[in-house]
Design a protein around this ligand. Structure first.
Ligand SMILES: N[C@@H](CCC(=O)N[C@@H](CS)C(=O)NCC(=O)O)C(=O)O
Length: 244
């Protein structure tokens, strides 16, 4: 049972909450008015991007830790939320959403006045382009691919990094970092003059790239743009322990 007076922003460890306690918590949420729940494992970049945005927008949201090393993502309750057995997941009043970039969109839509999801159709398409690029290339083929080999496999108990996959990830990093660096020339933010969710999505990999030994320092525009993100108070609060 939740202690009296607990707030939505409390951090809850999934493995330490027994099923009957979860249903009690759910009953209490109904009585007190539900808050959103984020199921995450910081310092994974996919967790940090949604936490940074939640902090930036000052949204009321409970943080549930998903310990991938202990197999929290494999429980029937978790699989019912995300059949991919991955984090992050957002739950809002019974609505369950996986994929970190979709979660960024959903959180931004809670505060349209923030402008983080633009109203103009061409700017929306521009932001969508970067979200798709992050998911397909920057994460899955470059930074995330190297992170999977060098760190995630150990956490998940899947053995040592495969040097062939690491080398392919490093090659892809050079290819896509060049695209990102060139695209940032003359722009404060990825989609132009205003901060958007694209910056949260793509930017979160910069400190990870550094930690993974990827040559991010060769790309001055990326570093300049990232300095702007790192200056946001919400970003600093979320990335106090940058890692992959
Ligand atoms: N495209 C997904 C990727 C999610 C993802 O790969 N999450 C990792 C975090 S390290 C995970 O949960 N891995 C567990 C596994 O692959 O078994 C997103 O952006 O949400």
């Amino acid at each position: 049972m939740k202690a009296a007076g607990t707030a939505c922003s409390d951090i809850i460890n999934l493995t330490s909450v027994r099923p009957h306690e979860r249903s009690e918590n759910a009953r209490e949420d109904k009585l007190q008015g539900e808050c959103m729940k984020l199921y995450v494992l910081p310092p994974s970049p996919r967790a940090l991007k949604v936490i940074a945005l939640k902090n930036h927008l000052d949204l009321n949201c409970e943080i549930h830790l998903v310990d991938l090393g202990k197999g929290d993502q494999l429980s029937p309750e978790y699989i019912a939320m995300n059949p991919n057995k991955k984090m992050p997941v957002l739950e809002d009043n019974g609505f369950v959403l996986w994929e970190s970039n979709a979660i960024l969109f959903y959180l931004a839509a809670k505060k349209p006045e923030s402008g983080l999801w633009p109203s103009d159709v061409q700017r929306q398409a521009d932001v969508l382009r970067w979200l798709a690029w992050e998911s397909a290339h920057w994460d899955a083929e470059a930074c995330g691919a190297v992170g999977y080999e060098k760190v995630s496999k150990t956490v998940l108990g899947l053995g040592a990094a495969d040097p062939v996959f690491v080398a392919r990830g490093e090659q892809n990093f050079t290819r896509f970092a060049t695209v990102l660096n060139e695209s940032l020339k003359g722009r404060t933010w990825l989609a132009g003059h205003d901060l958007t969710i694209a910056d949260f999505s793509v930017g979160v990999w910069t400190p990870s790239a550094q930690l993974l030994g990827l040559p991010i320092a060769k790309y001055p525009e990326i570093l300049r743009w990232y300095d702007g993100l790192a200056a946001l108070p919400a970003w600093q609060a979320s990335l106090v322990r940058p890692s992959i």
